[in-house]
Design a protein around this ligand. Structure first.
Ligand code: FPP
Length: 252
C-alpha cells in the first residue's frame, strides 16, 4: 500500500498592487510579551523594536509604498519613566541608523505627531532625518507623540491661521500630519485589543481592519503575508454595493 504525504498547497506569492498602497500598524503587546516571560516591560519594547525592524524590511521588500506605525501616543507619557526612556532611546538609535543607512533603505521618514512635545535632541534628529530622506521613494510614517484628536485640532487651527472661515474635506486632508500619504488601505492591530486608541481616526474611515491575538514581537513575516492575503480577499465597498462601482477615493 502506497502512502502519499498530504502536501500543503503552495501559497500565492504576495504581489503588491494598487489595492495596497498603505498599511498601518498598531504595534501592541510588547509589555505583555515581556511580562509573560517574567521580564520587565521595557524588554518587550526592545524585542518589539526587533520585530519592527524585521517587518519594515519585509514591507520594503514587498514594495508597499506607504507604511505607518504607532510608536508613541500623546497618552504614553503616563507610563513609568524607565519604560518611556527605553522607548525614547530606541527611537533615537533607530533615527541614527536611519541616517547612516539612508540610501539603502529607500525610505522617506515622517515623524507624525506633536514634535514640540519631544525632547529637543530627539526632535532635532527627527527633523534632520525627515529632511535628508525627503527624496526617497518609499514612505514610513512614525507616529510619535501622536493622537488623532490633537492632529485634527492642529489641522483645523492651521486652516484658521491660513485665513479659512469654511473648510472642505480636502482642506482637512491637506492639513493632517499624513497629508503626503493616501489613506491606509489596511490597519493591523496586534495583541487582541479591538480598538483604535486615538490612531488615524480621520484617515481610517474606509480602511480594512485586521485584529490578531499575536503579540507584536511575535508577528512573523509569514503571518503578515497571510494578513495581506486575507486583505486581498476582502470586498471593499466604500458604502456602495458589493462588487459595484467604488465611488470613494483611497488616495488624496
Ligand atoms: C504598545 O505595546 C507599544 C508601544 C507603546 C511602543 C511601541 C514601540 C516600539 C515597537 C519600539 C520603538 C518603535 C519605533 C518605531 C522606532 P504595550 O506596551 O502597550 O503592550 P501591552 O499592551 O502588552 O502592555
Amino acid at each position: 500500500m502506497a502512502f502519499f504525504k498530504k502536501r500543503t498547497p503552495e501559497k500565492e506569492p504576495i504581489v503588491i498592487d494598487e489595492r495596497l498602497q498603505h498599511i498601518a500598524f498598531i504595534m501592541d503587546g510588547n509589555g505583555r510579551w515581556a511580562q509573560r516571560r517574567g521580564m520587565q516591560r521595557p524588554m518587550g519594547h526592545i524585542e518589539g523594536m526587533k520585530s519592527f525592524d524585521r517587518l519594515m524590511v519585509h514591507c520594503r521588500e514587498l514594495g508597499i509604498p506607504h507604511v505607518t506605525v504607532y510608536a508613541f501616543s500623546t497618552e504614553n507619557w503616563k507610563r513609568p519613566k524607565p519604560e518611556v526612556d527605553t522607548i525614547m532611546n530606541l527611537l533615537s538609535s533607530y533615527m541614527d541608523r536611519g541616517i547612516n543607512e539612508l540610501e539603502e533603505n529607500r525610505t522617506a521618514y515622517h515623524f507624525i505627531g506633536d514634535k514640540s512635545g519631544l525632547p529637543d535632541k530627539l526632535r532635532e534628529k527627527a527633523e534632520y532625518l525627515e529632511k535628508i530622506s525627503a527624496h526617497l521613494p518609499l514612505t514610513l510614517n512614525i507616529a510619535l507623540n501622536y493622537g488623532a484628536h490633537s492632529e485634527m485640532v492642529h489641522a483645523v487651527n492651521t486652516l484658521i491661521a491660513s485665513g479659512k472661515t469654511e473648510v472642505t474635506a480636502d482642506d482637512i486632508n491637506g492639513a493632517l500630519y499624513t497629508a503626503h500619504s493616501p489613506y491606509p488601505d489596511l490597519l493591523v492591530r496586534t495583541a487582541g485589543e479591538y480598538r483604535l486608541s486615538n490612531f488615524l481616526l480621520w484617515q481610517l474611515a474606509y480602511s480594512e481592519l485586521y485584529f490578531t491575538d499575536i503579540l507584536w514581537p511575535d508577528l512573523s513575516n509569514d503571518q503578515l503575508d497571510d494578513i495581506i492575503r486575507s486583505f486581498y480577499n476582502r470586498n471593499r465597498t466604500y458604502g456602495g454595493l458589493k462588487g459595484g462601482d467604488k465611488g470613494a477615493k483611497t488616495a488624496k
